[in-house]
Design a protein around this ligand. Structure first.
Ligand code: HEM
Length: 124
């Protein structure tokens, strides 16, 4: 089943969420290794997800809802990396950045779940 390719990025994404919560709960200043693991897991999840979604979309380029969802998920990812970077620099309004990080996480989860559902209908 081709869709099993999505499992590894999903596991990395869930681990990213876990380390993000740990980071939030442990407070500032952010401890070095959970922060680095959070960033590296996020990077790994995004690269793997991008590669796997690309390889699952064999045939014509995505259209309709699939296209919209992939664009929104990409914008959420950019927002996550930007808000995460500004949170770590620490000279912006932290609460506002954390809210942006949280909204982008929620939207990314919805989009990724919807993309997986649409792709599974095509692939299975
Ligand atoms: C796929 C990408 C990412 C996901 C899913 C993610 C997820 C999370 C989650 C769930 C939290 C806990 C938020 C809360 O308390 O409700 C968090 C916190 C945090 N994340 Fe991320 N994150 C991602 C990428 C990044 C990146 C790339 C960076 C840094 C460049 C980053 C920096 C931070 C920081 C600094 C916090 C702690 C905020 C605080 O409570 O003060 N994140 N992240």
């Amino acid at each position: 089943m081709e869709l099993s390719k999505i499992f590894l990025p999903v596991i990395l994404f869930v681990l990213t969420l876990g380390f993000g919560l740990w980071l939030s709960l442990s407070g500032k200043p952010y401890s070095g290794w959970p922060f680095n693991i959070h960033k590296l897991l996020a990077l790994g999840a995004v690269i793997l997800a991008g590669l796997q979604v690309y390889s699952l979309m064999s045939g014509p380029s995505p259209q309709g809802w699939l296209f919209v969802l992939i664009v929104v998920a990409t914008l959420c990812t950019v927002t996550l990396f930007a808000s995460g970077a500004f949170l770590s620099i620490g000279n912006w309004n932290a609460q506002m950045l954390l809210n942006i990080h949280r909204i982008a996480i929620a939207m990314a989860i919805i989009c990724v779940a919807a993309v997986i559902t649409l792709l599974s209908r095509k692939v299975l």
